[in-house]
Design a binder for this molecule. Structure first.
Ligand SMILES: [Zn+2]
Length: 124
């Protein structure tokens, strides 16, 4: 995650955000085909950033849901409900600004897997 290629590290979990970033990169020809890992030095920061993202996601999710509910309640037309939907989706998208992937191996359980080490060294 810190743009350095290091042996070892903790793999991050695949999720929709990561998948769409990867799909976009593939389309732009920027995909490096590397496995994303978080190195040991960054584990604490990674956990902090992930927690921050999850907090934002929760609050934006609630905000978006509230916004959508309100637009459904006050609107009389399908178009304004659709607008509410777009607004709710936009609010959710704001949380992507602080997006950080989840590290799949918790530090407590953690020694870096040998398999990941081999993959992390590959390419370039
Ligand atoms: Zn790192």
């Amino acid at each position: 995650m810190c743009q350095k290629e290091k042996p070892g590290g903790y793999p991050v979990e695949e999720d929709p955000v990561l998948q769409s970033i990867r799909a976009a990169k593939t389309r732009l020809g920027m995909a490096q085909g590397n496995t994303l890992v978080v190195c040991k030095a960054d584990l604490a920061t990674a956990a902090q950033k992930r927690a921050r993202f999850e907090k934002y996601l929760m609050w934006y999710g609630l905000l978006g849901a509230g916004f959508l509910l309100l637009s459904v309640l006050v609107s009389r037309s399908l178009a304004s409900i659709a607008l509410g939907l777009v607004g709710a989706a936009f609010v959710l998208l704001l949380s992507v600004a602080v997006y950080y992937p989840k590290v799949s191996a918790p530090p407590a359980a953690g020694k870096p897997a040998a398999k990941v080490e081999a993959r992390g060294r590959g390419k370039r």
